[in-house]
Ligand binder design. Structure first.
Ligand code: ZN
Ligand code: ZN
Length: 446
């Protein structure tokens, strides 16, 4: 194989890429086709008449949009679900590598001298056992358990067996945080970080850290995928991510799930095979802060009438008097925006262009607090932060969402406590379930 083809092999191994968008010369692609190293597949397949996108495998019928296609001068169908990565239509094709896949002979040497808690050491070993047995595994770790370090040894073993490794997460922030950490502890291995807008590296890497969307660009690629959903609120049980993982993993590959809020079903399923690890304690050993409930009747009406409920005003004043930063969660953007003028702190929401700056301002103490919806930076470990949920009875605040929100509080070693209050117009089952689960976790002994 000549150099050009070898480079194409490096790039395309395990990938599935829109034809015409490959970062290679047409002549190289033609040569690869001639030697039957690549083939074309239809971007949108019709399975029993139903459209199915080969890239994202979205099963929802509403995703597929019929439109007049100028290229074909007829009605074609495109996939709306993965349009962020460029439109794929029924008349487009995707290119796959079908020759021998690229490999690298890595001798990873883990460079890490940190200290494990007893629980971390135990779970690290349990993960190693599952890697050796090549079975999928669930790590159930509370927010703030210190889970990244737990993966190191398992990854080292997987890499040394020449497995292709992926760490997948729903969020770009998490990729940006994790990739340099992995690179640091595995200096002999090239760790590729894939997220929207990342520069496209064409070399082969045995170790990839990717967002959900970038994972869709792979097929049958990985021997092992670590799914980091632990702090990914509000994306827990991201269906798209689970789908992407199944597609990007090799048929005989395994999945290592790390989450703070696994469903009962999921726990039972993994407990059956013994591939279940549990860390009920934060790395600093202190209890998880337990939410308290405070009634706040007709809070929405009050806010709509431009009145700041006294209980909220008092809670904020208390934080400000103590110099504690705070987060106020709202159930909807609409209510938050409407009420924003009643508060002296900025509001952040998903499409907010200044989201990062505002969070940074809170971290630096330039603002006293933030109003927010359920979307909020992960890695928002703000020392001493206090949290209030307004309208905790709203449907958007599921038990797992409330557990994750509560998990923002008391993460720092030197101040592992704090206030988490659910202001509500009636206590819901989800609120009860969240509180019960936190109490249960606190009652567990490592
Ligand atoms: Zn799609
Ligand atoms: Zn067309």
């Amino acid at each position: 194989m000549n150099d050009e083809l070898a480079r194409l092999q490096q790039f395309l191994s395990g990938r599935i890429w829109p034809a015409g968008k490959l970062p290679f010369d047409e002549s190289v692609i033609a040569k690869a086709k001639e030697r039957q190293l690549i083939d074309d597949v239809q971007a949108i397949e019709f399975l029993k008449g139903k459209p199915s996108c080969r890239r994202c495998r979205c099963a929802s019928f509403d995703t597929y949009i019929r439109y007049y296609c100028a290229k074909c001068d007829k009605i074609c169908v495109y996939c709306r679900n993965c349009i962020q990565m460029g439109r794929l239509a029924s008349c487009d094709t995707l290119v796959r590598w079908i020759g021998a896949t690229a490999t690298t002979d890595v001798k990873p040497k883990l460079q890490w001298q940190g200290q494990f808690t007893a629980a971390q050491a135990r779970v690290s070993q349990e993960l190693i056992d599952s890697v050796r047995a090549k079975r999928s595994h669930l790590v159930h770790a509370v927010c703030g358990a210190g889970k990244t370090e737990i993966l190191f040894a398992a990854i080292e073993i997987a890499l040394s067996m020449n497995w292709r490794v992926c760490v997948a997460t729903p969020r770009t922030d998490v990729v940006l945080e994790l990739a340099p950490r992995f690179q640091q502890v595995f200096p002999d291995v090239t760790v590729q970080a894939l997220y929207g807008g990342a520069p496209l590296a064409t070399s082969y890497s045995p170790f990839i850290v990717a967002t959900t969307h970038q994972l869709f660009r792979f097929e049958d690629a990985f021997d092992i995928i670590f799914v980091d959903e632990a702090d990914a609120f509000p994306y827990t049980f991201d269906v798209a991510l689970q789908q992407a993982v199944v597609k990007a993993r090799k048929q005989d590959g395994v999945t290592m799930l790390v989450t703070a809020t696994p469903s009962i079903n999921m726990q039972a399923q993994f407990q059956k095979t013994g591939a279940y690890s549990f860390i009920p304690r934060r790395f600093h050993g202190a209890d998880l802060p337990v939410p308290r409930f405070a009634s706040l009747w007709f809070y929405d009406k009050q806010l709509q009438m431009n009145r700041l409920p006294k209980k909220i005003a008092r809670w904020i004043k208390n934080c400000e008097d103590k110099g504690q930063p705070y987060l106020l969660f709202f159930p909807t953007i609409a209510l938050m925006k409407q009420a924003a003028h009643l508060f002296s702190v900025p509001a952040v929401y998903a499409e907010d262009a200044e989201r990062k700056e505002k969070v940074l301002a809170l971290r630096n103490g330039e603002v006293a607090g933030l109003l927010t919806t359920t979307i909020l930076e992960r890695g928002i470990t703000i020392p001493r932060v206090q949290v209030a949920v307004i309208g905790a009875e709203s449907a958007i605040f599921t038990a797992s969402a409330l557990i994750q929100i509560s998990g923002r509080v008391g993460r720092a070693q030197h101040e592992p406590t704090g206030d988490i209050v659910f202001f509500h117009h009636g206590v819901t089952r989800e609120m009860d379930a969240a509180k019960r689960e936190i109490l249960r976790l606190n009652a567990e002994v490592n």
